[in-house]
Design a protein around this ligand. Structure first.
Ligand code: BGC
Length: 779
C-alpha cells in the first residue's frame, strides 16, 4: 500500500490497481484545484481522446506513490501508457450533475515505470451528452464533454509533482466513432493505427462547487457469459442466446479482412422466432465493429450498455465461432449478501430473477429498466424494492449516493420528483416535455423516506439516517399543504397502484385501488417513520407524530367502514387491505378482519395477483402476519397469469415490468411500455427471504436477529443466507414426517430470537443450533 491515501483493492484481474476511498478532504480538493476543465471539439458521436506526456522530475525508482483524481462531463476511462488505471467503467456514473458531480481516484503507483509516459483519457457521451429520456432528449446536461484530472506523484524525498489537465494537453479521436447509451457504439479498428485529427484543447466553463467524492462503489465488469446457442432465425438471421437476460455488452475477438463490418443488435426476448426489439422503443441498442484486418482484434463497447439475452449478428466473416463472443455483465460493484434455495425450482428461479433484476438496474442509479429509451431513476420503483435490494446486496453506499441526489433535486424542485436525476426538468427547458409535469406522488416521492427506512433496517447506520432526515422532512413539508381539509391526500393525479394487472395495458395508472387510499396510507407510513427517525436522532418528533395521527384518523374516518363482523376499506381490493395492515392504519383487533377480507379477495381470484406497484410488496406480509400464511404461500406459488411464477414458466430470467410482459401465446404485450427487466414487482423476494427463510433484523443492522421461518403448503425445505454487517446468518429448514426441523447459524456474539412454527421462542447467541417443532402453530 502506498503512502498518503487509502484504497480498496480492485477485484479486477490486475491486483495492482486500486480505487481510492475518497473523503472530500482538502488534500483532494486542493489537488483538483490545480486542474483546468478542458474540452475539445470533435464530431459528437466520436469519443474524445485527451492526452499529455508526463515527464517525471526524478527517476521512476524514486516514486513512492502516485494517485490520480478525475471527473468528467460525459464518461471517461483513464490510462497510463495504454494501461487502464482501474477496472472502473462509465465513470463518473450518473448523478444530478447540475448539483453534484463526483470525482474518482486511483492509486497508480504500479503503473509508473518510466520517467516519461502518456496520461490519457477517453471520453464518451454517457448520460451527460447522450440520448436520455423517452422523449428523444439529447445532450440533456450540455453540448460539450470534457475532463478534469490531476496526477500527483510523491517522491522518496517527500517532494510532490502534479500533472493536471490544461489547454496544453492534446486531443484527437480514436477508434470509437459513435457512442450513445441507448443507441450503442461503433468501433472502427482501422483508426487504431492511424493518427486522428489534431483538435484544439481549451478551457471550458465548469462549476467546481458541484464536485463531491464518489460514494457509491464503481461500476465494474462481473460475470462473463458464453453463448448458449447459436442458430438461424426463420428470416435467415444469425441469433445468439446467452441464456440470461443481462445488462452490459458483448465483447468480440475475431480476425477478418479490413473494412469488414459486424453488427450486433440486442434484445431481451424473441417474438415469432426473431429478435423482439419493439419494447426497446427508440433505443437502437446496436453495436458495430469494423475490422482493420490486422490479425486477431478485440472489440468491447464500454461507452454504452444494453439489456439483452439475445443478439443478432450480421456481417461475420465466415462461419460464426461462438467462442469469439462473450456477454459481459456490468453493474456497480456492491457486495452480494444473500443466497436462497428451496424445494420448488420455480421459486428459486423467481428469487434468482430478482437478483438479476437488481444487477441490471443498479447501474449508476437505481433504474426502472435497463434496455429501452428510459433507464431512469424512477423513485417509485426503488421505493417498492429498496428492502429487497438491501437483502440481496449491500446497497448502503449505492443508495446513499442516490439519496444525496434525491435531496438536491428536491431542493431545486420543491418536492421529491418522480425520477432522480430529474431528466424531465431539463427536457422542459428545451420545449414541451414528453409528458405533463407530475408533482409529488405517493410512493414515488415517498422514496425519500422509504429508501432511508430500508437502509436503516438493514444497516442500522445512525449517521446516515441523520444525513437523510432533512430529505424526509422536505418530502413531508412539500406534501402536507396538498392534503384536503379532510386530512386525506386525495387531490391531484396519482400513479398509485401502477400496473395493477386489471388496468388496461395503455392506462397503467387506472388501478382498482382508490388513489386517495393509496396516497394517504403511504404518506402515513412516511410520517410515522419520520417521527421514529426524529426520536432516534434526538430531534422533536411531535410534528410528524401529529401528521401521522391526522392522516390515520382521516383514513379511518373516510376510508374504513366497520360493522360487527366485517371491515371494509374503500375500493375493497387486495392493495388497500395490504397497505392498511402494513402501514399501521388499523387497530390491533381490526387487522385480523382486514386480513380475512384480503384472504377472501385473494382466494376469490384463484390466487392470481391483483396488485400493482403499491400493493405487491406488502400483500404477502399482510396475509402471513395475520393468520393467512397458507393463502400467502398459494399466492406465491400460483403459476397462472398473472402471478409471480407465470413469467418463470414462460422462461423469464429477470423480473418483468408487467405481470404479462409476454402473453401466454408467446407474443409481447401490446402496451408500449413492456420491459422484461423491471425489479419493482420482484419485491416479493423480500418476503421470501424474511418470512419463508425467516431472517429478519430484530434490531436495525441485525445487531439482534429474529429467526422466524414460516413453512407453508407447497414447500418442503428452504435454505437462506444473509451476510449482515455483523456476519452471516443462515437458516435451513425441512418438513419431514410431520416435523419441522431447523438449523440456524448466527455470527459469534450476536443474539438471536428463534421463533418456531409451534409458537415457541428460544434465545441463542452466536453459533449453530438445531430445533424441531410441529410445522404449524396449533389453532
Ligand atoms: C417506468 C416505471 C415508472 C413509471 C411511472 C414508467 O415508464 O418504467 O417503472 O415508475 O413510468 O410513471
Amino acid at each position: 500500500m502506498s503512502e498518503g491515501f487509502t484504497g480498496q483493492r480492485s477485484r479486477g484481474k490486475d491486483s495492482t490497481m486500486t480505487t481510492l476511498t475518497l473523503t472530500g478532504d482538502p488534500a483532494e480538493t486542493d489537488l483538483l484545484a490545480q486542474a483546468v476543465f478542458v474540452t475539445a471539439d470533435a464530431d459528437r458521436g466520436a469519443a474524445l481522446l485527451l492526452r499529455t506526456t508526463v515527464t517525471l522530475r526524478r527517476p521512476a525508482a524514486e516514486v513512492v506513490s502516485a494517485r490520480v483524481l478525475a471527473t468528467a462531463h460525459g464518461v471517461y476511462e483513464l490510462s497510463i501508457d495504454g494501461r487502464p488505471v482501474s477496472e472502473d467503467l462509465l465513470s463518473p456514473g450518473w448523478t444530478a450533475y447540475g448539483q453534484r458531480l463526483t470525482y474518482q481516484g486511483w492509486d497508480v503507483t504500479a503503473l509508473i515505470r518510466d520517467e516519461s509516459f502518456a496520461l490519457e483519457a477517453r471520453l464518451g457521451n454517457g448520460w451527460y451528452r447522450g440520448d436520455l429520456g423517452f422523449g428523444g432528449v439529447k445532450a440533456c446536461y450540455g453540448e460539450r464533454i470534457g475532463l478534469l484530472a490531476a496526477l500527483e506523484v510523491r517522491y522518496a524525498d517527500g517532494s510532490l509533482q502534479v500533472v493536471a489537465t490544461s489547454p496544453a494537453w492534446s486531443a484527437t479521436t480514436g477508434d470509437v466513432v459513435a457512442n450513445n447509451l441507448y443507441q450503442g457504439q461503433r468501433i472502427d479498428a482501422r483508426r487504431r493505427s492511424a493518427a486522428g485529427p489534431v483538435l484544439a484543447v481549451r478551457e471550458a466553463p465548469f462549476d467546481r462547487s458541484r464536485l463531491a467524492p464518489q460514494v457509491a462503489e464503481p461500476i465494474r465488469r462481473h460475470e462473463e457469459i458464453a453463448p448458449q446457442r447459436v442458430w438461424t432465425s426463420p428470416s435467415g438471421r444469425t441469433l445468439i442466446d446467452f441464456g440470461q437476460n443481462l445488462v452490459g455488452w458483448v465483447r468480440a475477438h475475431l480476425e477478418g479482412p479490413a473494412g469488414t463490418e459486424i453488427t450486433l443488435r440486442h434484445a431481451e426476448v424473441l417474438e415469432h422466432g426473431e429478435l423482439g426489439t419493439r419494447p426497446l422503443r427508440n433505443a437502437a441498442a446496436t453495436d458495430t465493429f469494423v475490422l482493420s484486418g490486422q490479425g486477431l482484434e478485440q472489440f468491447e463497447p464500454t461507452f454504452t450498455f444494453h439489456g439483452f439475452r439475445y443478439v443478432e449478428v450480421t456481417g461475420w466473416p465466415g462461419p460464426l465461432d461462438p467462442a469469439a463472443l462473450t456477454a459481459v455483465v456490468v453493474h456497480n460493484d456492491m457486495r452480494a449478501t444473500s443466497t436462497f434455495a428451496c424445494s420448488d425450482p420455480l421459486v428459486e428461479r423467481l428469487v434468482a430473477n430478482s437478483v438479476w433484476g437488481q444487477k441490471g438496474n443498479f447501474l449508476a442509479v437505481p433504474t426502472d429498466c435497463p434496455q429501452r429509451d428510459e433507464r431512469m431513476g424512477w423513485t417509485g420503483d426503488i421505493a417498492a424494492y429498496a428492502a429487497t435490494a438491501s437483502f440481496q446486496f449491500d446497497t448502503a453506499d449505492f443508495l446513499h449516493s442516490w439519496l444525496l441526489d434525491v435531496a438536491s433535486e428536491t431542493a431545486v424542485e420543491g418536492h421529491v420528483p418522480v425520477m432522480v436525476p430529474d431528466v424531465m426538468r431539463y427536457a422542459r427547458l428545451d420545449g414541451p416535455p414528453p409528458f405533463p409535469e407530475i408533482g409529488a406522488q405517493a410512493i414515488w416521492s415517498d422514496a425519500a423516506v422509504w429508501v432511508p427506512q430500508a437502509l436503516w433496517r438493514a444497516y442500522g447506520d445512525l449517521d446516515r439516517l441523520a444525513v437523510h432526515y432533512p430529505l424526509m422532512v422536505a418530502h413531508l413539508e412539500s406534501v402536507e399543504p396538498l392534503l384536503s381539509p379532510t386530512g386525506l391526500w386525495d387531490q391531484g393525479m396519482q400513479l398509485a397502484d401502477w400496473l395493477d394487472p386489471d388496468a388496461p395495458p395503455d392506462r397503467p395508472w387506472a388501478a382498482k385501488a382508490h388513489p386517495g387510499v393509496v396516497a394517504t396510507a403511504s404518506l402515513h407510513r412516511s410520517a410515522a417513520f419520520a417521527a421514529q427517525a426524529a426520536r432516534l436522532l434526538g430531534r422533536d418528533p411531535a410534528r410528524w407524530d401529529a401528521l401521522a395521527a391526522r392522516l390515520r384518523s382521516a383514513f379511518r374516518e373516510h376510508y374504513v367502514t366497520r360493522s360487527d363482523e366485517t371491515l371494509r376499506v374503500t375500493s375493497d381490493c387486495a392493495t388497500v387491505y395490504a397497505l392498511a395492515i402494513c402501514f399501521g392504519l388499523l387497530d390491533e383487533d381490526e387487522q385480523r378482519s382486514a386480513a380475512d377480507r384480503l384472504a377472501e379477495l385473494v382466494v376469490a381470484r384463484d390466487h392470481r395477483v391483483t396488485t400493482g406497484f403499491a400493493g405487491t410488496p406488502f400483500v404477502t406480509w399482510a396475509l402471513s402476519q395475520h393468520g393467512h400464511l397458507d393463502v400467502a404461500y398459494r399466492l406465491l406459488l400460483e403459476r397462472g397469469c398473472p402471478s409471480w411464477l407465470y413469467p418463470v414458466t414462460m422462461g423469464a430470467t429477470t423480473i418483468w415490468e408487467r405481470w404479462d410482459s409476454m402473453l401466454p401465446d408467446g407474443t409481447i404485450n401490446p402496451g408500449d411500455m413492456t420491459s422484461f427487466n423491471h425489479y419493482a414487482l420482484g419485491a416479493v423476494a423480500d418476503w421470501i427471504y424474511q418470512v419463508v427463510g425467516g431472517i429478519r433484523p430484530a434490531e436495525p443492522g441485525y445487531r439482534r436477529v429474529l429467526v422466524e421461518p414460516a413453512p407453508g403448503p407447497g414447500l418442503t425445505w428452504a435454505r437462506t443466507t444473509y451476510d449482515a454487517r455483523v456476519g452471516r446468518v443462515t437458516t435451513s429448514w425441512r418438513v419431514e414426517d410431520g416435523l419441522f426441523r431447523l438449523d440456524v447459524t448466527v455470527p459469534d456474539g450476536v443474539p438471536a430470537d428463534v421463533v418456531l412454527p409451534d409458537g415457541t421462542r428460544h434465545e441463542v447467541v452466536g453459533g449453530t443450533h438445531t430445533f424441531t417443532s410441529a410445522p404449524a402453530r396449533p389453532r
